[in-house]
Write a protein that binds this ligand. Sequence first.
Ligand code: GLY
Ligand code: MN
Length: 480
Amino acid sequence: MERLDGSRGAGSHDRRMPAASAESFQHGWANTDMKLPPVSGAAYAAVRRAAVSERFPGERIVIPSGGLKVRSNDFDYTFRPHSAFIHLTAEQGTQAVPDSVLVLEPDGTGHSVTLFTRPRSPRDGGPNGAEFHSDRRHGEFWVGRRRTLSETSDALGVQVAARDSLERALAGNVPTRVVRGEDPLVDALVAPAHQADAELLTFLSELRLIKDEWEIEQMRAAVGHTVAGFHDVVGELPHATSLARGERWIEGTFNRRARLDGYGLGFETIAAAGAHACVLHWMRNDGPVRDGDLLLLDAGVEADSFYTGDVTRTLPVGGRFTDVQRRVYDLVFAAQSAGIAALRPGARFGDFHDAAMRTVAEGLDGWGLRPGGDAATTPGSGLYRRYTVCGSGHMLGLDCHDCAGARSENYIDGVLTPGQVLTVEPGLYFQPDDLTVPEELRGIGVRIEDDFLITADGPVCLSSGLPRAADDVEAWMASL
Ligand code: GLY
Ligand code: MN
C-alpha cells in the first residue's frame, strides 16, 4: 500500500478504479490558482536564515521538515514539522507540507535559499497526475488542497522548487550540514558529518534562545489560548466528578480548546487527580476526579504558528482547599514567588531554581521533614529532592522544552537575557507510599507553572490571566 516515494495507494477495502473513470479524472477542472499574501512571520524568518548563512559561509545547509509518521497501518499522526524548519520558514499550521526541505546553497557572497516541497496535486495526466484522486496520503481529494509552488513562494517569501528535484540539488562536492534523522532521502543523499551536523543543530537551537517581537506575539497568543483552556476545564469540573474516568473529560475539554484556537497541543495534556498528581508526567489520564481531591492540570495550546504555552494549575476539585492541601499549596506558591523574584536580566539562569528550592527546603525543614538528615536543607544538597524531583523551569517556544540543543553555558549555566521566554514551575510531590512523610501528606502533589518573558525591566508573566494564590484560585473557581 505504501510506496517507496512515500505515497499511499488504495486500501484493501477499496474497489478497483475502472480505467474509464481514471481517464475521466483528467478533464473538466477550473484553474483555481491563487495569489497569496506573505505569512505574517515571513520577514522574521528571513532574518533568521541570514544568521544561519553568516555562521556557515561556503557550506550547504539542509533542514528538512520531516514527514508523516505512521500511527498504525494506513493512518498517520497529524503532521508537525521539525522546529528548526518552522523557525526558518515561519510555516503555519495546516499549510505545512510533509517532506519539505529547506536548502541554503552557498553562492559566493552568502547563500541562495530554496524550499523543496510538494506542489499542489497536479491534474494534468502527467507522471504524478493521478495523485490527486488516488494517493490517500498526499492526494488533494484525500487530505485537502496544498498550495501550488508559486503560492508557497508568495506565502513564505522564498524561492520554491518541487521536491522531485532535491536529489539534483544535493549533488556535487559541497561541504554540507544536515539536520539528520528527519528525512530518509536527505540522510541517504548526504554523507554523515557527525561533528558538523551536531554543530548545526546546536546553532539552530541557540538561535531560538532569544525571541523576536513576532515570536513574542505568538507566545502571547499560545499562552492566551492555554489560559482559555483552563477556564474551560474549571467549568467542566462538576461533570468530571460524575464520570468513572473524569481525568479523560478534563483532557478532552482542554484538547478541544487546543484544536479550536490553535493547531493542537504543545505536549500531551497531564490531567492528574488525587495521587496521580505525584506522577510528574501523568498522561494516562484514566482516573476519577473526586470532590475533595486536587486536580493537577499541566497543559499547553500550540498556536497555528506552532509556538506553545505550558501552564500548570493545581485546583481543589470541590472549589476549596483542605487545610493540609493548602499548606502544601502555599509552600509551592512561596517557592514559585521566590523563583519569579529571581528572574532578572543578567541573573544566572539557575538562580530562579535555586531560589525556589531554598524556599522549599526551608519550608520542609519547618515542617520537620529532613529526608537526608540535617544536610537536607543545605542549599545544593538536593536531599529534599525526594519530594521535588524535577527542575523548576525551562525555555519555552516552538518546543515545550525549547532550545534543548543549546550548550549549557548558553542555557542552564548562562544568564537571563531580554527576549527569553521560560517557565517557572516548582512542585512538591508526596508519593502515596512514602513512609518518610506524615500520612496526611501522602498522595498530595502540587505544581504551579507560569510562563515569563524576560524584558530589560524584569519579567512579564504571560499567563497572568490565571490566578496563582490559593485564595484567588478559590475565588476564581467560585465565580465559574
Ligand atoms: N509541561 C511539561 C513539562 O514541562 O515537562
Ligand atoms: Mn513545563
